[in-house]
Ligand binder design. Structure first.
Ligand SMILES: C[S@@+](CC[C@H](N)C(=O)[O-])C[C@H]1O[C@@H](n2cnc3c(N)ncnc32)[C@H](O)[C@@H]1O
Length: 221
């Protein structure tokens, strides 16, 4: 530590116009083995490995023919799917632009827009057997607000999954620590045979994200 109480290493990388938090982010990126691996493997995000690990453990992609990728940008999960389930029809949506991925339909819009579910279904051309959501709300720094906004996205994604999934289908969604809230969990239990929570190794230990894996959709909405 320097006399100012700051880590000199951090100051070194901070530069003039970079905030300490963005410098920390950069330092973490540079030292992160998943970031290095993603570059080597040609994935657009380290997030790709979360889906790889969830699939290795829970076989979430096995046999999927129609998949929805909610919060697709920058596209790591869909890249993994193009490799693991090349026959599947994939439709993704994101608020942000996503560079084209061969074989993937990408909608650039807010999933919370009333028109979004209908547009996704029209592009899929049939009931999905897998609905994925890696959506995260932009944080505003107020813990409760951030939690509510992200859980709002999870609820909307779960709603969509329950409305559209084919029988035996699966729903995988990013949730926050503490898991899924009780009402949502009860609803999911009604509709799916098994519900699990997992934190894949690629998920940073200091992040509060977990993944919900609901499998065996019972149908009958
Ligand atoms: C963690 S990133 C997804 C990373 C992606 N799974 C990958 O492998 O590259 C979360 C994404 O959710 C998107 N998102 C957040 N809220 C959304 C909303 N209401 N509608 C659509 N996308 C949203 C964000 O724009 C962001 O790109």
């Amino acid at each position: 530590m320097s006399r100012s109480g700051k880590d000199p290493h951090e100051r070194l990388k901070s530069g003039k116009n970079r905030s300490v938090s963005s410098s920390r982010w950069l330092q973490r990126q540079l030292n992160d083995p998943y970031v290095k691996q993603a570059k080597a493997d040609g994935y657009r995000s380290r997030a790709a490995y979360k889906l790889v690990e969830l699939d290795d453990r829970f076989a979430v992609l096995r046999g999927a023919k129609r998949v929805v990728d909610l919060g697709i940008a920058p596209g790591g999960w869909s890249q993994v799917m193009r490799q693991r389930i090349p026959q599947a029809r994939i439709v993704g949506i994101d608020l942000l632009p996503t560079q084209a991925i061969e074989g993937v339909v990408i909608l650039e819009m807010d999933f919370m827009d009333d028109a979004a579910p209908g547009l996704i279904s029209a592009e899929l051309g049939g009931a999905p057997d897998l609905v994925l959501s890696d959506m995260a709300a932009n944080t505003v720094g107020h813990k409760q607000t951030d939690h509510l906004r992200t859980m709002g996205l999870v609820e909307a994604a779960a709603d969509f999954a329950i409305q559209t999934l084919a029988p035996k289908g699966s729903f995988v969604a990013k949730v926050l620590a503490g898991g899924t809230d009780a009402a949502l969990l009860a609803l999911l239990k009604q509709h799916f045979t098994t519900i699990k929570h997992a934190k894949p190794p690629a998920s940073r230990k200091d992040s509060s994200e977990w993944y919900l894996i609901a499998q065996g959709f019972k149908g009958g909405r």
